[in-house]
Design a binder for this molecule. Structure first.
Ligand code: HEM
Length: 133
């Protein structure tokens, strides 16, 4: 399997992920509001996964601050992971899919803790502390 096949597969996985993610209304809203140049965005995210899976050095950005600017609810994490799980299972090799999912779960968890550091009385994650009154 050539490096080019591998990179093409990762790119196709990213495009498929956005196709599936776009079926969720909240993800569609967040993606639509923030992403203006789709091919450019696909390239950036494919480079991220190329680096995450194969250490290619293609991505040198910082995803965390990018996500801090976005407005979405905890539901978005579930929808994101569901679409991602389907995309990697359909398109990547089983080993790549397993590695990518491990990384994605870890990052989703860091985003969740960073973005929703509080928990309300009913257990809902929240960006702000519960009211005391
Ligand atoms: C609720 C979950 C998520 C939502 C709604 C979301 C949404 C977005 C959006 C809208 C952008 C484009 C931001 C912009 O260009 O202004 C973006 C960028 C990106 N996302 Fe996510 N994302 C989520 C989770 C994740 C996770 C779990 C990962 C990785 C495991 C990830 C990886 C990336 C990367 C690498 C970029 C490009 C960052 C850059 O420009 O350097 N995202 N995301």
């Amino acid at each position: 399997m050539s490096d080019q096949d591998r990179e093409d597969r990762i790119y196709r996985m990213v495009v498929r992920f956005y196709e599936l993610g776009g079926e969720d209304p909240e993800l569609a809203r967040v993606f639509g509001a923030a992403i203006t140049d789709w091919p450019d965005h696909f390239r950036i995210v494919a480079d991220f996964w190329s680096n995450a899976l194969y250490g290619t050095g293609r991505y040198r950005g910082h995803p965390f601050p990018v996500h801090m600017q976005l407005d979405f609810s905890p539901h978005a994490f579930e929808a994101w992971l569901k679409a991602f799980t389907q995309a990697v299972t359909e398109i990547l090799t089983p080993m790549e899919a397993q590695n990518a999912l491990g990384r994605a779960r870890h990052m989703t968890e860091s985003f969740r803790v960073g973005l929703f550091p509080f928990t309300l009385a009913d257990g809902t994650p929240s960006r702000v502390p519960a009211r005391k009154d």
